[in-house]
Structures are given as structure tokens and as C-alpha cells.
Ligand binder design. Structure first.
Ligand code: ADP
Ligand code: CDP
Length: 223
């Protein structure tokens, strides 16, 4: 029977990189739900839609032309035929996503779409690793394995600074601070993701290497 693994965590906890590697090592497919919230944000901005117009954005969520791939070796995301993989990671867009993420009608639509993508993978005979903010609690509370990755604010800032600026000196940390801390605060209104829900395995990656984080998840699955 194809397995489902759910992984949640705040920005910089390592959930994307760890989820992808776990999927590769176990031969599973991979779904990045954050990319879906980002892609909808990109589409609405492209269409000139006011992101605070909750009704209009909710309608777009039902109809926007999303294509998302689930191969962990080649994660792909297109909207209306345009490859948006790079555009949805830009800082200016990242700062806008919380408008979309706090829209409850959008969340209901995302839930249905994400559950359908999980069902499609299982139907094709593939297990799946699904990562985001509400996977262990809302999208797939019945997953075979559920994890919450956490890390100190300090560790998460240093990782993002290294990703964005190739260094974690004081200036890079300062430039990253707004993004991480402000987004954490905005996200906290839709999900409390620093405490694992009952039955969810919490892993603090602050003092782990990337390989050790992957190992911790694989060990817990093997038990
Ligand atoms: P998230 O999806 O939670 O925002 P990412 O996986 O995108 O996190 O980014 C985490 C970054 O931190 C990656 O560049 C990763 O290589 C690095 N990293 C450093 N140490 C760790 C660790 N212990 N666990 C996971 N990632 C780590
Ligand atoms: O990689 P990072 O954690 O920085 O962001 P992401 O996983 O790509 O998610 C981007 C944004 O989408 C988050 O800040 C949340 O606002 C939202 N999101 C969500 O609300 N629910 C999810 N399941 C996934 C993402």
C-alpha cells in the first residue's frame, strides 16, 4: 500500500530540502504545498488582482491554471504554461503570500486540491511526501508518518541568509530578519506550527546538519 508522509515546519526549519531528500531515498513522490500558495500569489499579481479582495482571490483559487509535478528530482511548477519556479521564490513575492494564506476560502480550496493530488499519486501506485504548514493537522492527519521540523529563530535566519546572500554575517542576517520574522507572525494567525500536534514527531534541527535531519526522519520511519 503506498505510504503518505506529512512534514510541517516554519520557514527555514528545513522542511523542503529534507522532504525532497526523504522522497528520493525512499523512492516516493513529493508535493510542496507552499509552492501552491506561492503560485496562486504569482497568478493574482499577474492578473492585477488586489490580494486583499478575499472573494476575488478565492475565485481565482478555484480556476487558476496550475500544473505541479511531484518528482523530487525535478520539482516543476507552471501556471498557464509559464514556468514560475524561480519567480515564486523572489523576496517581493514571499512577502505577499500571507495575504493568500490567511484567506480561509482559499485554504479550503487548497485542501481539496492537495488531497486530490495525494489521491492521484496513491492511485498511480506511488507513495508521497507532502510538506507545508498544515499537512500533519488538516491535509493529511491520517498520514502513515507525521513530522514537525523546528529550529531556533537564530538557526533559521542563518540558513536563509546563506541561501539568499551566500553568507551569514550580521548584514545578511539583518536583511533576512524582516522576511522570516514578519512571515512567521503572519503565518501564526492560520496555524500554530511550533508545537507538534498529538501523534506528530517533533524534530529540532537547530543543531543538526542537513544529513542528520534527513537521518532523523528516516530513522523514525524505519522504527
Ligand atoms: P524550509 O522549507 O523549512 O523553509 P528549506 O529546506 O527550504 O527550509 O531550507 C533550509 C536550508 O537550510 C537549506 O539550504 C538546507 O540545506 C539548510 N540546512 C542547514 N542545516 C540544516 C538542517 N539541519 N536541516 C535541514 N536543513 C538544513
Ligand atoms: O519555504 P518557506 O517555509 O519559506 O515557505 P513555503 O513553504 O514555500 O510557504 C510559503 C507560504 O505559504 C508560507 O509562509 C505560508 O504563509 C503559506 N503556506 C500555508 O499557509 N500552508 C501550507 N501548507 C504551505 C504554505
Amino acid at each position: 500500500n503506498p505510504i503518505t508522509i506529512a512534514i510541517d515546519g516554519p520557514s527555514g526549519s528545513g522542511k523542503s530540502s529534507v522532504s525532497k531528500q526523504v522522497a528520493r531515498e525512499l523512492g516516493l513522490t513529493y508535493l510542496d504545498t507552499g509552492a501552491m500558495y506561492r503560485a496562486l500569489t504569482w497568478w493574482c499579481l499577474q492578473q492585477g488582482i488586489d490580494l486583499t479582495d478575499t472573494q476575488e482571490v478565492a475565485e481565482q483559487a478555484l480556476t487558476y491554471p496550475l500544473e505541479i509535478g511531484t518528482d523530487p528530482d525535478a520539482p516543476s511548477i507552471h501556471v498557464g504554461g509559464t514556468d514560475v519556479a524561480a519567480a515564486i521564490r523572489e523576496t517581493a513575492l514571499s512577502e505577499q503570500v500571507s495575504h493568500i494564506a490567511t484567506n480561509l476560502a482559499v485554504r479550503a480550496t487548497m485542501r481539496d486540491q492537495q488531497r486530490q493530488l495525494i489521491a492521484d499519486a496513491r492511485h498511480a501506485g506511488a507513495g508521497i511526501v507532502v510538506e507545508g504548514r498544515d499537512i500533519t493537522t488538516v491535509i493529511a492527519p491520517d498520514a502513515d508518518h507525521r513530522f514537525l521540523l523546528t529550529a531556533s529563530e537564530e538557526a533559521r535566519l542563518a540558513r536563509r541568509a546563506r541561501e539568499l546572500f551566500d553568507t551569514d554575517d550580521a548584514q545578511a542576517i539583518a536583511a533576512t530578519h524582516n522576511q522570516i520574522v514578519r512571515r512567521d507572525a503572519a503565518d501564526a494567525t492560520v496555524s500554530a506550527f511550533f508545537e507538534p500536534a498529538p501523534g506528530v514527531v517533533g524534530i529540532d534541527t537547530s543543531d543538526l546538519t542537513f544529513e542528520q535531519s534527513v537521518g532523523a526522519v528516516l530513522d523514525a520511519i524505519a522504527q
